[in-house]
Design a protein around this ligand. Sequence first.
Ligand SMILES: Cc1ncc(C[n+]2csc(CCOP(=O)(O)OP(=O)(O)O)c2C)c(N)n1
Ligand code: SF4
Ligand SMILES: [Mg+2]
Length: 348
Amino acid sequence: MSTTAAPAPGKKTNRINLEVATYRGGKTTLCAGCGHNAISERIVDAFWEMGVDPSRVIKLSGIGCSSKSPAYFLGGSHGFNAVHGRMPAVASGAMLANKFLMPIGVSGDGDTGAIGAGQFVHLMRRNIPIIYIVENNGCYGLTKGQLSPTADVGSKLKNGVVNDLLPMDLCALAIQLGATFVGRSFSGDKKQLSALLGAAIAHRGTVLLDVISPCVTFNDHEGSTKSYSYVKEHDDPVSEISFVPFFDDITVDYEPGTTQTVTMPDGSRVFLKKLDDGYDPHSRIAALTLLQESADKGEFATGLIYIDANKPTFTDLLNTVDVPLSMLGEDKTRPSRAALDEIMARLR
Ligand SMILES: Cc1ncc(C[n+]2csc(CCOP(=O)(O)OP(=O)(O)O)c2C)c(N)n1
Ligand code: SF4
Ligand SMILES: [Mg+2]
């Protein structure tokens, strides 16, 4: 789909003159009611509202129902569907080769927490600019619903099997390892997820969004802690989040002392209306404590859990070249004869 086609007369367009249809993808082949479909819809809206040029975006994923979803949004963007659990290596390579790309990775709790755990850990450490979304249903949906590493203790499968291993908390892991924007949400919470996605687009660094996304076919029954009804009842938002993009002049009036404003690197603003006394998402210790306390109560702390908008990214630290590697001429990529001779002399 061309990103430069003129919009149809009378159609609503965004700040780069594109219709929302340009940000859609193919028709979903996932089950009707799957949480992953709702997340794709929020991604379409967020990229359209922010006016991101789809030709700058690269969509990345591994294997799973969740990893199929990049096919259902941003049809005109670049894409790479990697093998199971290996999306982080491909994303890192893409960003090192061309730092002007905007990568969005979509993975599952199995793809990230099981086979891809090693890759996930090292991506989080580097603060590579990427929006990494885990569509978390607590099971391996694509292979018929086996328990995944994010399944909670006591959560029951349809066949009666009960999980008795401690779950992996992907948000806690990401914060501990160095990710600079960490949020948790629920596929059924349109307002919160849209605000988090807008802020994620405005961030520079590694974003980890753990989105609870029920699997209606294999993990939405009584006894499952990742069912729609269980998540709705145990969703514990840490603050009420609103997002105002840098190109909007909107001023939001909140009673003094009730709201914290976070300014993103591009000038966009995030307003966090306090629900929990004095919670500060800039504190790593507060974030880890919050996650542990909420898990101990059997709840899901959602919202913006942690942010550090100023940490240098991996591409800043490495001082990678501005020009994409594929566009650098031989005069830049090939060492001169004298430089090669000098290296050879040192090895003799
Ligand atoms: C190397 C390899 N091992 C195992 C599989 C089988 N397999 C496919 S998807 C998947 C897990 C998917 O679970 P998750 O990432 O949570 O995605 P979901 O389907 O739940 O969205 C597994 C184990 C595979 N495709 N490749
Ligand atoms: S099997 Fe589950 S995760 Fe996969 S598409 Fe269906 S509802 Fe979604
Ligand atoms: Mg899953």
